[in-house]
Design a protein around this ligand. Structure first.
Ligand SMILES: *Cc1c(COP(=O)(O)O)cnc(C)c1O
Length: 397
C-alpha cells in the first residue's frame, strides 16, 4: 500500500499545516516594525500558553540551549545544586551543572521510575542553590510529580531555585507555574507546539532574575538578562529564527481556537488531547500483551513500551518505518533495543492514535512471527475513547 511519512517521535513532532504555510511565506527582517510586532505578540501569547505572569524568553536554539542558560545564568562555580535524575535528560542536567563547575548532588530513580519525595526532602539542605528536574522524562516516558517537588522546595524557606525542564511537559501536563513557585520552566518548539526544532523558551521568576545579579558563571549567547532587555523592545539580541516565529504565531492561534478563543483554555484542551491519546495507547499496548516501561507514573507526552522478550526494539522501529513509514523512537543509551516510544504531544488526533496501534498489531505479527489477535489493541483504545466521549457528552443528556 501507499505509505505516508508520519512522525510519532517525542520531538520533532508533526507540523501544524497552518504553521507550515506561515513559515513558508515569512520573509522578514528582524529589525523592522513588522517583526517587532510579531515577536511581541508571540511573547505575550507564550505567557498565556505557559500560564504565567513571569517574563518569557524565546531563544533560537534547541531545548538544550535554554537548559544550559538555566545553569550558566543562575549558578556560580562551586555552587551546590540538586539534580533529580531518572533518565537521559536528567543526566543532561547533571552533566551541564558539572560543566559549569557546580557541585552536583543527585537524587536518582531507576529508569522508568520516579523519585522518592522523602529522599528529595532530605537532600534539600540550606546550601542547595538550585534544583534541576524534568517534568516528563522523555527517555523513559515517566512523569515526575512537579507539584510535590515544588512544594518541598518552597517549604524549605531557603533561597533555592527550582528549574523544570518541561520540554515535553508543557502542553501535556497541568502546571500552576506561579502558584507552585517554579522559578524557570523550559519548553521547546519541536514538541507540543507543533512547529520544527529551533526555538527554546522559558518563563523566569523574579527570584531567578535576582539570582542573576550575583551569579558568576560565564555566558554570552544565552545571557538571559540581555535577552530580557531586548525583548522589552520587541527584539532578540541576535538574529532570531524569524520563520519559526511566524510558525509559532500560527500554532498559538490554533491552540487559542482549540479553547474557543481563549489560549489558556486551548492549552488545557491540548493537554487533555495528549492525555487521552496516551491512555488509549497504554490500553492498546497492554491488550496486546506488552508491558509499559514507566507503568507506575506514565507521562501523557509519550508512551514507552517494552519490547517483547527476545525481540530487539530496533526490529520494531524498522518494521514501523519500512511497512508504514511511521517513525517511532527507539530507547536512548542503555535503553536502546529494549523499548520503543510513541508520542502524543502536539498535533495528534484520534485517527493517528488508532492508526499507530493498528500498525503495531501488524508489526508485532511480523517481528515476533507469532499470531496476534488483530483488533485487540485497537478495541481497547476504542473503549477508552468511548468512555471519555461519554463523560464529555452524557448519553441522553
Ligand atoms: C527534547 C527534550 C530536550 C531537548 O532536546 P533538544 O534536542 O536540545 O531540543 C530536553 N529535555 C527533554 C525532556 C526533552 O524531551
Amino acid at each position: 500500500m501507499l505509505r505516508k511519512n508520519r512522525l510519532f517521535t517525542p520531538g520533532p513532532t508533526p507540523i501544524l499545516p497552518a504553521a507550515q504555510t506561515a513559515m513558508a511565506s515569512a520573509a522578514m527582517h528582524h529589525r523592522t516594525a513588522e517583526f517587532r510586532a510579531l515577536f511581541s505578540r508571540v511573547l505575550a501569547d507564550m505567557k498565556e500558553f505557559i500560564g504565567t505572569s513571569n517574563d518569557v524568553l524565546v531563544l533560537s536554539s534547541s531545548g538544550t540551549g535554554v537548559m544550559e542558560g538555566s545553569v550558566s545564568n543562575l549558578t556560580s562555580p562551586g555552587d551546590k545544586v540538586l539534580v533529580l535524575t531518572a533518565g537521559k535528560f536528567g543526566e543532561r542536567w547533571r552533566d551541564l551543572a558539572k560543566a559549569f563547575g557546580c557541585v552536583v548532588e543527585v537524587v536518582t530513580a531507576p529508569y522508568g521510575g520516579t523519585f522518592s519525595l522523602d529522599e528529595v526532602r532530605q537532600k534539600l539542605t540550606p546550601d542547595i542553590r538550585a534544583v534541576y528536574a524534568q517534568a516528563t522524562e522523555s527517555s523513559t516516558g515517566a512523569r515526575h510529580d512537579v507539584k510535590s517537588i515544588a512544594k518541598l522546595v518552597r517549604a524549605t524557606g531557603h533561597d533555592t531555585l527550582l528549574v523544570v525542564d518541561a520540554i515535553t511537559g508543557l502542553g501535556t501536563t497541568h502546571f500552576d507555574v506561579d502558584g507552585w513557585g517554579i522559578d524557570v520552566i523550559i519548553g521547546g518548539s519541536q514538541k507540543a507546539l507543533m512547529i520544527p526544532p529551533g526555538l527554546a523558551y522559558c518563563a523566569v521568576s523574579e527570584r531567578a532574575w535576582k539570582r542573576m545579579e550575583t551569579s558568576k558563571s560565564p555566558r554570552y549567547y544565552f545571557d538571559f538578562r540581555k535577552e530580557r532587555k531586548a525583548a522589552a523592545k520587541g527584539e532578540s539580541s541576535y538574529t532570531p529564527a524569524t520563520s519559526l516565529f511566524a510558525g509559532l504565531a500560527a500554532a498559538l492561534e490554533f491552540i487559542r481556537q482549540m479553547g474557543d478563543g481563549n489560549l489558556g483554555a486551548g492549552r488545557e484542551a491540548l493537554i487533555n488531547n495528549a492525555e487521552l491519546a496516551a491512555e488509549m495507547t497504554r490500553a492498546g499496548a497492554q491488550a496486546l500483551g506488552l508491558k509499559l516501561f514507566a507503568a507506575s507514573s506514565p507521562a501523557a507526552a509519550l508512551t514507552a513500551i517494552q519490547s517483547p522478550v527476545g525481540v530487539d526494539s530496533g526490529a520494531i522501529i524498522k518494521e514501523f518505518r519500512e511497512s508504514f513509514a511511521a517513525v517511532v523512537a527507539n530507547g536512548q543509551g542503555e535503553m536502546k533495543g529494549k523499548l520503543f516510544r510513541i508520542a502524543h504531544l502536539g498535533y495528534y488526533d484520534y485517527l493517528d492514535t488508532i492508526g499507530i496501534l493498528a500498525a503495531l498489531e501488524q508489526v508485532l505479527a511480523t517481528v515476533t512471527g507469532k499470531p496476534v489477535e488483530y483488533g485487540a489493541g485497537v478495541r481497547a483504545a476504542q473503549e477508552v475513547y468511548a468512555r471519555a466521549a461519554e463523560k464529555r457528552q452524557p448519553v441522553g443528556a
